[in-house]
Design a protein around this ligand. Structure first.
Ligand SMILES: C[S@@+](CC[C@H](N)C(=O)[O-])C[C@H]1O[C@@H](n2cnc3c(N)ncnc32)[C@H](O)[C@@H]1O
Length: 246
């Protein structure tokens, strides 16, 4: 008997927020997919969903993957890593049921799927068992440089990408002597990151943006940002020195 045809796992980068920044390829695969999965919180369907909502068809099956926890983690004995592993296992199993039934599953990915994206945990669990395709997206680092109107790296300059979730000493070690940097995952880590930037004498060069390319986009001088107001979807860029001015 012929093997049943199984569905494909599609990781679709939908860009940083502006719906016009999705690629033609992502849009084509999204429109053709019978199942659309997306990460969401208990309160919100998330940025990736909002970016493509107007493109979805009524017949498409929606699979919201609701994070068990967002924001501040409860103290031990709460085992965050275990909770998240179980969540990704259960999410992968839900998508596998569609794939086994022959339905392609499009997973919406904010920015690019393979750049700090939660899609990677599904890919890790499913891509060896099912055919998959990953469509790159405009990542938030480049979207941020574009809205800040700042070239990011010239010629042979190096770009460091770090997460603001790193401990303060590790951040300081990484950023010391940096030519250009993108510091992601700010939110409640903002005050710590700004302290490090100030200690390293980088305040003049550092640029802050929140929700780049989204309707609520906001650019502020780093020194004036109220740490209590900083959303998760924000970034600090330290652009490389303008070529010829180093
Ligand atoms: C889990 S990572 C996802 C990155 C995404 N896959 C990408 O390609 O940009 C989330 C972090 O990306 C950054 N980010 C994502 N979208 C952003 C936006 N529109 N403006 C500023 N930062 C953004 C923030 O630093 C946020 O904490």
């Amino acid at each position: 008997m012929a093997e049943p045809v199984r569905g494909r796992l599609l990781g679709l980068g939908v860009g940083p927020g502006d719906p016009e920044l999705i690629t033609l390829k992502s849009l084509r695969l999204l429109r053709g997919a019978p199942v659309v999965a997306y990460y969401a919180s208990k309160e919100s369907r998330g940025n990736a969903f909002a970016t493509v909502e107007s493109e979805l068809r009524a017949e498409q099956i929606l699979e919201p993957l609701i994070y068990p926890i967002t924001g501040k983690r409860p103290p031990p004995p709460y085992d965050y890593e275990l909770v998240m592993r179980d969540f990704y296992d259960a999410s992968a199993a839900r998508l596998a049921a569609h794939l086994d039934a022959g339905r392609d599953v499009a997973v919406l990915c904010e920015g690019d799927p393979f750049f700090y994206g939660s899609f990677m945990y599904l890919h890790d669990r499913l891509a060896e068992r099912y055919a998959s395709e990953v469509v790159p997206g405009v990542c938030s680092v480049l979207a941020s440089a574009s809205v800040l109107r700042t070239p990011l790296v010239y010629r042979d300059q190096c770009l460091l990408v770090v997460a603001g979730t790193l401990p303060e000493e590790a951040l300081e070690r990484q950023l010391a002597g940096v030519e250009a940097a993108a510091i992601m995952k700010l939110g409640s880590n903002f005050a710590k990151v700004r302290r490090v930037i100030a200690r390293l004498g980088l305040m003049e060069r550092a640029r802050y943006v929140e929700r780049a390319t989204m309707d609520e986009e906001c650019i502020r001088p780093l020194a004036e940002v109220d740490p209590a107001s900083v959303p998760y979807f924000s970034m600090i860029l330290i652009p490389g020195a303008r070529w010829g001015e180093q």
